[in-house]
Design a protein. Structure first.
Length: 465
């Protein structure tokens, strides 16, 4: 049963926090009042500014699809924003190609390519890519109005543009629920985003406000703000002449990008405290550029107990990345009745080891290593190591392997192979030294609140290695 339990109850999410849905009124397209009908009509006029982005295999089969937003053009080429994960993931093959489909002349697909994503990525928002469509500048319509939403715009009626293979609007309007951090995003309620809709434009009657970054959701939709897209394109030197930033109500204005406070940031340390609220810190790792945390929080799922009465409730596991400027990224990745865990990063490879309970009739545990991609932060896969063994205690990453302690016979295990004998006291002492060294003394600690404040102070002093 072991590893299968984790596979069944694991919840792989885009690197982000789950937020509480704020209800809004739902209206059906065939029962619109005059105001809503007018608003929907305004959004429909923006459809030509949205394209389908296709990843096509060598045999002509569409391997993956998403959407993109026209941002700018030069004398010859068109520049499109799309989520990074639409055009690049671990399954992409060297022979795959990218094609762009326009609403007009849909049968005439245009070959495209991606530009260096690091030019538009930032520590605050990483799931963003630039698709270049050579020779397609003439296929772009006029500039679309773009609007910066802030907290004061809560409840604003919103639609997504693009459904399956058509440019239809979402069947019901959603409502703007506000900006969020960790990761930075705009949140909308009641906008359906089935698989394949990442990259859809999100728009209000005033103009385009963002681009969908998570598909597969029915109740809550996340989007990168259009202001962030404009900012990152400008920083990379790409044209942004197909988006015109306007003030609410549609009047053109040289409106500045929203301030950090308008986008939901707060006083120094607030983002860190908010991200770690109701989360227990299991492990940490301090590097030259950031602080990595392995955290857990209560979650729905089975709760097990070992024969001596030890409780193992299901916990939502997450990796948290904290930069020296207090930017916070949270990546939930698994729901398991966790026992012990550790996090490892060597500058390019981010890995987490967990052991977790599998039943209430024995001391049996299972263990797995989870691997992560960095742009954006997301889980790329899990490698089961063992099941039905009382292993996985006091784990230490060393020389590319995970060394952990066995209570079955008091010995170390390397990955899944029995190693040298060691006592529980020796294994625990070695683990404490390992924790202290890789966390600059943050761990071991049993006071979670004090640990959070120590982390805030560390970032305020830029006290990374």
């Amino acid at each position: 049963m072991g590893v299968k339990v984790a596979q069944v109850i694991r919840s792989v999410l885009a690197c982000a926090l789950l937020m509480v849905m704020i209800p809004h009124a739902i209206a059906q397209p065939d029962g619109l009042d005059t105001g809503e009908r007018a608003a929907r009509t305004q959004v429909e006029r923006l459809r030509d500014n949205v394209v389908r982005v296709l990843v096509v295999a060598a045999d002509g089969q569409v391997r993956r699809q998403g959407w993109g937003l026209m941002v700018g053009r030069d004398s010859n080429d068109l520049y499109v924003a799309t989520p990074f994960h639409v055009v690049q993931d671990r399954d992409r093959q060297p022979t795959d190609r990218i094609e762009v489909q326009f609403r007009t002349a849909q049968g005439n697909l245009a070959p495209a390519t991606t530009l260096d994503s690091s030019a538009v990525s930032s520590p605050i928002y990483l799931d963003l890519a630039v698709v270049l469509v050579p020779g397609a500048a003439g296929r772009a319509p006029g500039p679309a109005p773009a609007v910066a939403l802030t907290r004061s715009d809560g409840g604003a009626w919103s639609w997504t543009i693009g459904r399956q293979e058509s440019w239809e609007l979402s069947g019901i309007h959603g409502g703007f629920a506000g900006p969020r951090v960790d990761p930075e995003r705009l949140v909308f309620d009641n906008l359906r985003t089935p698989p394949g809709t990442s990259g859809q434009a999100v728009a209000t009657a005033d103009g385009i406000v963002g681009m969908v970054t998570n598909d597969g959701g029915d109740l809550e939709t996340w989007a990168v703000a259009v202001t962030r897209i404009i900012e990152r394109f400008r920083a990379a030197g790409h044209p942004v002449n197909l988006l015109t930033l306007t003030a609410p109500g549609g009047s053109a204005a040289n409106r500045p990008l929203p301030s950090a406070s308008e986008q939901g940031a707060a006083l120094p340390g607030a983002m860190i405290r908010r991200a770690l609220a109701n989360r227990d810190i299991i492990d940490a790792l301090v590097t030259k550029k950031e602080l990595w945390l392995l955290v857990s929080e209560p979650a729905e799922g089975p709760s097990f107990m070992n024969p001596s009465g030890g409780q193992f409730p299901t916990r939502q596991m997450s990796v948290v990345q904290i930069l020296s400027d207090q930017t916070v990224v949270v990546c939930p990745f698994a729901k398991v009745p966790v026992g012990h865990g550790t996090i490892y990063f060597d500058g390019s490879n981010l890995r987490v080891f967990l052991n977790y309970k599998v039943d209430s009739v024995s001391y049996a545990m299972a263990g797995a290593i989870y691997d992560f991609g960095l742009l954006p932060l997301h889980e790329t896969g899990a490698t089961p190591l063992f099941a039905g063994r009382n292993w996985g205690w006091y784990p230490v990453f060393a020389d590319g392997k995970i060394r952990h302690f066995s209570y079955e016979g008091y010995y170390y295990v390397l990955n899944s192979e029995k190693s040298s004998p060691v006592s529980p006291a020796q294994a625990q002492a070695a683990f404490k030294v390992y924790e202290a060294n890789k966390t600059d003394g943050l761990l071991p600690s049993s006071d979670n609140s004090a640990l959070v404040e120590a982390i805030v102070k560390m970032t305020e002093n830029a006290a990374f290695r």
